[in-house]
Ligand binder design. Structure first.
Ligand SMILES: Cc1cc2nc3c(=O)[nH]c(=O)nc-3n(C[C@H](O)[C@H](O)[C@H](O)COP(=O)(O)O)c2cc1C
Length: 444
């Protein structure tokens, strides 16, 4: 059910008012029809109420329909307006149309059919105009949002050769230094340089080809040649049929963040190197702190299958394999038992601190036994490393706890890789005790 129409008829001529309202009621019997006798009265009523349509007589006591129309529009009233004209007033009516009136009807033609037709088309046109206005407002809002964004935004057209930029916002210019007229019509790859990582560019290429979203961080170059780190997000825009009509790219300059991360990484690496030297120094080269898996020693020849370690077992089995490997490598008895005890300690540490782990025994024909004990616990924080590795009997959650110092005293070399994703200890014992020297060859 529709709400009844609200109509305002502004005319000082009672006959004209009656004629219009009677004619309208023939087609719209429920219509709420109100009268105004002057331009001022029409304006006042329009301010206090909302009308679906206003009929304005061209000659009102205080002004023409054009003046009245301008007053209503100035007050923000957008109801469609139909002007009622007297004979010879076509020019005036034309002016009203140019100022925004929907239609005009000569008073001599005021029949129910003509009025109903006028009203219907005025309502329909006014609705479509409102829709256009709304869509335009939404577009305007979107344009303002794009213009105000602090991220670079570009729109590229994949239906033109080489997918050129067809729009870029002011932030794109701020980030890259390229004015719109220097960027429009070009493919965005002009931001790349010899140092841009081809692997990530390939990712972009693949995503564009597959018409999927993509996020990468690329080295790009500003107009003045300086490098910036571009965190780039590209999304396809599809029409109602699902065809990609455009791609939108959002560029975030993360150079400052990236530089800070690089500085932090460099400082961590320096700290790691410092600790590595320190540990090697105080343990006469026996403890080698590893920063990455690449720092671990080369894996020797496999002696047994991996041994799972848990509270249910595994530690004894690993000790036994170690002992057998030591016998096979003809390691002297006392040094065999030292190795076995050290491996037992390392395996127990994994079980106590990470609940589970894995032990793996390797040998080398030159007479070396190598045992890897790995766990997926939370590792040892850098600040705990000195206590965890060098203090006798030191134990707290997240450290190696007891026995690590003893391990260092009984075997030839211990490699330690520890981090948030777990810990690997590699213990090595040679047939003969190495002559005391430092730094260890692997550090030299
Ligand atoms: C909307 C859009 C924005 C893009 N923005 C950038 C950008 O900021 N920096 C960049 O290096 N590449 C950008 N690209 C990627 C390049 O235009 C190009 O697609 C990429 O280099 C891989 O294609 P190619 O092999 O033709 O060079 C963008 C691509 C699109 C579609």
């Amino acid at each position: 059910m529709h709400d009844p129409l609200h109509i305002l008829i502004a005319s000082e001529d009672p006959a004209a008012r009656l004629l219009v309202s009677d004619a309208l009621r023939c087609h719209y019997p429920d219509a709420d029809i109100q009268d105004a006798h002057s331009c001022a009265e029409a304006a006042a009523l329009s301010l206090s109420q909302s009308f679906d349509c206003v009929f304005l007589d061209n000659t009102l006591p205080d002004g023409t329909a054009l003046i009245c129309l301008q007053e209503l529009r100035a007050a923000g009233k957008s109801a469609p307006i139909i002007v009622l004209t007297n004979q010879g007033e076509e020019a005036l009516a034309q002016q009203a149309l140019e100022a925004g009136a929907m239609d005009y009807v000569p008073k001599s033609d005021l029949s129910p059919t003509v009025l109903a037709h006028c009203l219907r088309s005025a309502l329909r046109d006014s609705r479509s105009q409102a829709q256009v206005r709304q869509a335009y407002k939404a577009l305007e809002l979107r344009d303002r949002a794009i213009a105000a964004a602090s991220n670079g935004i570009v729109i590229a057209d994949p239906n033109q050769p080489d997918c050129p930029i067809i729009h870029c916002n002011p932030a794109f210019t701020t980030i890259t230094g390229y004015a719109p007229e220097e960027a429009l019509g070009r493919n965005c790859r002009f931001l790349q340089g010899a140092e841009t990582d081809g692997e990530y560019v390939q990712q972009v290429r693949d995503c564009l080809q597959q018409e999927t979203d993509c996020q990468v961080v690329l080295k790009n170059f500003r107009k003045d040649g300086t490098l910036f780190w571009n965190q780039l997000t590209i999304s396809p825009v599809r029409d109602h049929q699902g065809h990609v009509t455009h791609f939108i790219g959002v560029q975030t300059d993360i150079t400052q963040r990236r530089l800070a991360e690089d500085a932090l990484h460099r400082s961590r690496t320096r700290q790691q190197a410092l600790l590595r030297d320190l540990f090697a120094s105080v343990t006469e080269g026996k403890l080698i702190l590893c920063g990455t898996p690449d720092d671990l020693p080369p894996v020797l020849d496999r002696f047994t299958d991996p041994v799972p370690l848990s509270q249910a077992g595994g530690v004894r089995e690993l000790r036994q394999h170690t002992l057998r490997a030591c016998v096979a490598a003809r390691i002297p008895e006392a040094r065999r038992f030292d190795m076995e005890t050290a491996v037992g300690e390392a395996a127990m540490n994994a079980v106590v601190h990470a609940r589970t782990g894995t032990g793996h025994v390797f040998t080398h024909q030159r007479g070396t036994v190598q045992v890897h004990v790995t766990d997926a616990g939370k590792g040892i924080a850098v600040e705990n490393l000195p206590n965890a590795t060098l203090r006798r009997g030191y134990s707290s959650a997240g450290t190696f706890g007891h026995g690590f110092k003893m391990i260092l005293q009984t075997v030839d070399r211990v490699f330690l890789l520890t981090g948030a994703s777990g810990t690997t200890v590699v213990i090595e014992q040679d047939r003969e005790a190495p002559s005391p020297h430092w730094p260890h060859p692997s550090l030299a």
